[in-house]
Design a binder for this molecule. Sequence first.
Ligand SMILES: Cc1cc2nc3c(=O)[nH]c(=O)nc-3n(C[C@H](O)[C@H](O)[C@H](O)COP(=O)(O)OP(=O)(O)OC[C@H]3O[C@@H](n4cnc5c(N)ncnc54)[C@H](O)[C@@H]3O)c2cc1C
Length: 412
Amino acid sequence: MNTDVLIIGGGIAGITAAVEAAEVGKDVVLVEREHWLGGRVVQMHKYFPKLCPPVCGLEINFRRIRQNPKIKVLTGASPTKIEGDTGAYKASIIIEPRYVKGDFSELTECADKCPVEVPNRFNFGLSKVKALHIANELAYPFGYFVEKEAVNDPAMKEFAAGCDCIDLDMQPETVEVNAKSIIYATGWEPYDANKLDNLNFGKLDNVVTNMMMERMASAGGPSQGKITRPSDGNPITKAAFVQCAGSRDEKHLPYCSAICCMASLKQNRYIREQYPDAEIHIFFIDARTPGRWEDFLQEVEDDPKTIIHRGKVARIEEAENGMVTLTAENTLTAKLEQVTVDLAILATGMVPNAIKDKPHINLKQDKYGFIENIDNSGVVAAGVAASPKDVASSNEEATGAVARVMKMMGGK
Ligand SMILES: Cc1cc2nc3c(=O)[nH]c(=O)nc-3n(C[C@H](O)[C@H](O)[C@H](O)COP(=O)(O)OP(=O)(O)OC[C@H]3O[C@@H](n4cnc5c(N)ncnc54)[C@H](O)[C@@H]3O)c2cc1C
């Protein structure tokens, strides 16, 4: 395959770069390691500033992709090797099989009968899903696949043997892409909350992360959008947000992820919409809500049932009836405060995927793994791959990345 721009990562930044480049006449290959596009945004219930569901931003972009023959999308795909130099890169892309071959209606029938269930990773394991499934209601491409972890399951093998539309023997393929330029939009993953021993995530069911909360509030989530206690499905009478869970902490993520305060203020609204009488506590070191986002903070501050504590949560412990107790020192009053709630939500930060899955080309990364844009080699990073940021800034940066690679290609 020959292309002008190879884009690695099909989240909002990669998608934006793809449509922007293709709509000025460039050939684009968009490579996404999952079997669907959309990155983290597709997992959200709503996104600020407008608080619209992901469908409003993504659907139009999916339509632009579908209608534009200049964009070739490879899902289940990621680079294994990239060689070359400015204007002439050669990338080897491995494409994982979906393990399916039937048409859509046959697969739907087959999926109904599939005997194997796996933890639903789209819902962060808060629910289970058939091993043969469609990833989410917005999936692009909208199609079935078998979760890789189920491929060697004996029950799945037995099922596949009697089913014409699954082939568990399918093998990955490798394609070579010759590209004049590359945009890295590989995004982020949530900081691993299991590392925060003092907060007991993973041991207490009613301690969840902010990304889990997005799924809990979403209609496609584990409880069809009703926010309840994961331990028993009971309603929420009291909840607490734990800001900077691991962030701005030398032992974990020393940097600020820039969006966690806004994410929690947004999620405060999710709870308030469903539970007008719930008591909600927010523990901040300080609230970072620049520019127009300050309005969000003001609205929460005006809510008489939301209590803001200035202090970092030191520990979360089990209390009676599945509840959890948070302890923090209030830095304004120097008093120790304790609240007991149904649900604690940890505002964990964003870790660049490029820290583990290093770019296969010599790019400069800072000490946290974010990719630094420094030269004119024709390789540019955009979105959270480059630094923590929101969707609007990721989109701006993606558009800027296209402008940069166009310039490098001499505007041609
Ligand atoms: C709890 C929470 C709530 C948030 N809410 C909001 C909000 O309401 N509004 C807002 O503006 N922002 C919000 N954000 C921030 C938002 O999620 C990011 O701005 C956005 O995800 C950035 O998009 P991206 O494309 O850079 O990265 P991602 O969304 O992470 O997409 C990157 C894509 O690249 C793929 N990828 C990674 N590595 C490879 C590889 N080697 N090969 C191929 N593909 C690869 C990934 O699978 C993924 O699909 C929130 C963040 C958090 C933590």
